[in-house]
Ligand binder design. Structure first.
Ligand code: DGL
Length: 349
């Protein structure tokens, strides 16, 4: 025990004097509330995407004890404006940093509104088992008790933790680590807004260390068959919301616009209002892939439940919520238009 303690002390000394190189972590900033500026430190009114990456890094000098940290600004937007083009640029840049430029991990600062979608897209397109951690905040950088600096510090702490390698893309919010497939934003304004659905959180950060509770059981990163290296544009996939007496017009509009796929945020176990169902059947017959998902915050959308998917060639989203079902359907359509093959991809990812 004394030998181990001596080795640890020596290692800490060597790291502290930079003889043993610290992990190289790159922070890619995209905007969000973490980069937001409020009208005053007590005001809840603010604009997202106002502060640059170097300001975010300078606000957390403690990170420099954990890693050799540097940053770059990809975009500076509220994540309600996140889009396919930024996703493709972000995934390609992360692959370049991890596979060509020798970085040991990447942290992405991001708005929380669509963080779960970006995390899941990266989970399927990053070609590395090195850590990729998304961090954001629910309070702007100028607020009393801003949560961004702690989330950013914890994200870097996770990125340098060996236990995090190979878990796929994670979100780090409010001291918790959440898996890209199961993470959900559940509350409009709470700092504790992110949850991990029925399977819960992947782990947590305490005293600057990652403690892992479970590992994801779906395919991701190096086990993903999706390669966006040469993809310049993703297929068009829209989402239609289901409700009592729903109008078929939104789904018809996607059909008329010749979308490649349509996800239904259906009621219950992915059910349609009858008028919407009729449009969906015709859309599928025209080669537009329909995926049934649910507006329910948790629970699977099951295959062949109240809807005969085998008969209509609809795909059931299983554990994916509508916004993540859209991500997987877009990537699936870059490889196949066969509904059976697409359903198998929903079982795998
Ligand atoms: N505009 C929202 C976004 O960028 C603010 C929410 C946040 O970042 O916490 O996602």
């Amino acid at each position: 025990m004394k030998n181990l303690r001596g080795i640890l002390v020596l290692l800490a000394l060597l790291v502290s004097v930079n003889i043993v190189a610290k992990p190289k972590i790159r922070i890619i900033a995209t905007g969000g509330t973490i980069a937001g500026v409020s009208q005053s430190s007590t005001s809840s009114s603010y604009s997202a995407g106002q502060v640059g990456i170097q300001t975010l890094i300078d606000a957390v000098p403690q990170m420099l004890y954990l890693a050799d940290v540097s940053g770059e600004q990809l975009v500076n937007i509220g994540s309600q404006d996140m889009n396919n083009e930024v996703w493709l640029k972000l995934a390609k840049r992360i692959n370049q940093l991890l596979n060509e430029e020798g970085y040991d991990g990447v942290v992405v600062t991001h708005g929380t509104d669509t963080m779960e979608e970006t995390a899941y897209f990266l989970n399927l397109t990053v070609k590395s088992d090195k850590p990729v951690i998304l961090a954001g905040s629910m309070r702007p950088s100028t607020a009393i008790s801003a949560d961004g600096p702690a989330n950013l510090y914890n994200a870097v702490a996770a990125a340098v933790s060996p236990a995090v390698r190979g878990l796929g893309v994670l979100c780090c919010m409010n001291n918790q680590l959440l898996d890209a497939k199961t993470v959900i934003k559940t509350h409009t304004i709470d700092c504790d807004t992110f949850e991990g659905g029925p399977s819960g959180i992947i782990g947590y950060i305490y005293n600057g260390e990652a403690h892992i509770l479970q590992t994801p059981n779906n395919a991701h990163t190096l086990k993903s068959e999706f390669d966006i290296t040469n993809v310049e544009k993703l297929p068009n996939v829209g989402i239609v919301y289901g409700y009592a007496n729903a109008s078929p017009l939104p789904m018809q509009a996607f059909v008329d616009a010749k979308f490649d796929g349509i996800v239904l945020a259906g009621v219950g176990d992915g059910n349609f209002y009858k008028d919407v169902f009729d449009v969906a059947v015709k859309a599928q017959q025209k080669g537009i892939q329909i995926v049934r998902s649910s507006r329910c915050p948790t629970g699977p959308t099951c295959l062949n439940s109240e809807v005969d998917d085998a008969k209509y060639h609809f795909v059931a989203s299983l554990e994916l919520n509508p916004q993540k079902a859209r991500v997987l359907l877009m990537l699936a359509l870059t490889k196949t238009h066969d509904w059976n093959q697409i359903q198998e991809l929903f079982k795998k990812y």
